[in-house]
Ligand binder design. Structure first.
Ligand code: PLP
Length: 357
């Protein structure tokens, strides 16, 4: 199998080897040391300030999206939610469930966020801005300079879901004034699913004091308090956290986050070159390195996904709902090489020859 989905993705050997080991007991100095190192490397790769903090949540990315809203927003707030697809919609629904007053900016499929769209929201008393920097469902990567300018001008608390973008695209948490950055274990971190990570600026850490999470399991004050000694309030996904540690160290030893981002960018570039003359249209106005969203000109996207899986042993990422027949996505994250790209291109060419696309 070759896995080109957007997560879970393929893991490198040092991560897989840990998966074959027994899971150790974790209330130990040894595990605390691993967790403190995880925190240090996460801050380094997110380009956060030294006084930022990191919470490791056992739960997929959505748990951290919801934890962020629950711990850092309440009835005093008025949020702007960028809704460009299913992950933006998820933030909107989280705000609905937790009664957070909000306005959404709804984008058409594939469209980027522009200055004009933000204009009506200037000086209107908004307190928070919530965005998925890479809307993975449609493959649109938003302009963080634009968002950062708006937020600093309006003194708005900035929450960024970078779940599928972290490591794949440049991310400058401190420089952009991002208050919360969220990511997950199964995207470019290329570990098994089950852990998500919240990096909080010092402003976000201080803000926790004047909010009540209303929740025990996802309480960030408690997560950070325990994190001071490299621990978590409850039993975490210990094995996955050890795998994250191996992966973060592997990236660090191979030249750091820039090198990793370059590698993913080169893989995306290579694929986009090779697909050029084929009957597909790239649907996003502004691409992340993580994913190429493709609209097949002559076939159903979902059928292409099924045939690739069943007849070629290659997994691309289908879309759900209204876009199921319109778009499928090819991921460039995880342990993939340009040889893997060649295998996918050759399978698609073969399908073309068979009159299937
Ligand atoms: C994958 C992803 C998530 C998290 O989804 P989970 O299934 O909860 O891990 C959230 N936001 C974005 C942008 C994603 O790509």
């Amino acid at each position: 199998m070759i896995n080109f989905t957007v997560g879970p993705v393929q893991s490198e050997d040092c991560v897989r080897e840990i998966g074959a080991q027994q899971v150790p007991y974790f209330r130990t100095p040894e595990f605390s040391k691993v967790m403190l190192e995880n925190e240090r490397l996460m801050k380094k790769f997110a380009k956060a300030k030294e006084n930022a903090r990191v919470a490791f949540i056992t739960g997929s990315g959505t748990a951290s999206m919801e934890a962020t809203v629950m711990n850092l927003l309440d009835e005093r707030d008025k949020a702007i939610v960028i809704n460009g697809g299913s992950f933006g919609q998820r933030f909107k629904e989280i705000c609905d469930i937790h009664n957070i007053n909000h306005s959404q900016i709804k984008l058409e499929t594939g469209k980027k966020l522009t200055k004009d769209m933000l204009e009506p929201f200037e000086n209107k008393g908004y307190t928070a801005f919530i965005v998925n920097v890479h809307e993975t469902s449609t493959g649109v990567h938003y302009d963080m300079d634009l968002i950062s300018d708006f937020c600093s001008r309006n003194g708005v608390f900035l929450i960024v879901d970078a779940i599928s973008s972290f490591l794949a695209d440049e991310f400058k948490m401190a420089e952009w004034g991002v208050d919360v950055m969220i990511t997950g274990s199964q995207k470019a971190l290329a570990c098994p699913p089950g852990v998500s990570v919240i990096v909080l600026s010092s402003k976000a850490v201080n803000r926790l004091d004047s909010y009540n999470s209303g929740c025990m399991y996802l309480d960030l004050k408690s997560a950070l308090k325990n994190g001071e000694r490299g621990q978590t309030p409850f039993t975490p996904a210990v094995g996955t956290l050890l795998q994250i540690n191996a992966r973060l160290k592997s990236i660090d030893n191979a030249g750091g986050v820039e090198k990793e981002t370059e590698k993913i960018a080169a893989l995306a570039q290579d694929f986009r070159e090779k697909i050029k003359d084929m009957p597909f249209e790239i649907v996003s106005e502004s691409l992340s390195n993580a994913v190429t969203p493709l609209h097949p000109l002559n076939a159903s996207a979902y059928e292409i996904f099924t045939i690739l899986k069943d007849e070629y042993g290659i997994w691309v990422c289908p879309n759900g709902g209204a876009l199921a027949d319109e778009i499928f996505r090819v991921g460039h994250i995880g342990a993939l090489t340009s040889k893997d790209n060649d295998a996918l291109i050759s399978a698609l060419k073969n399908m073309e020859k068979r009159g299937l696309i």
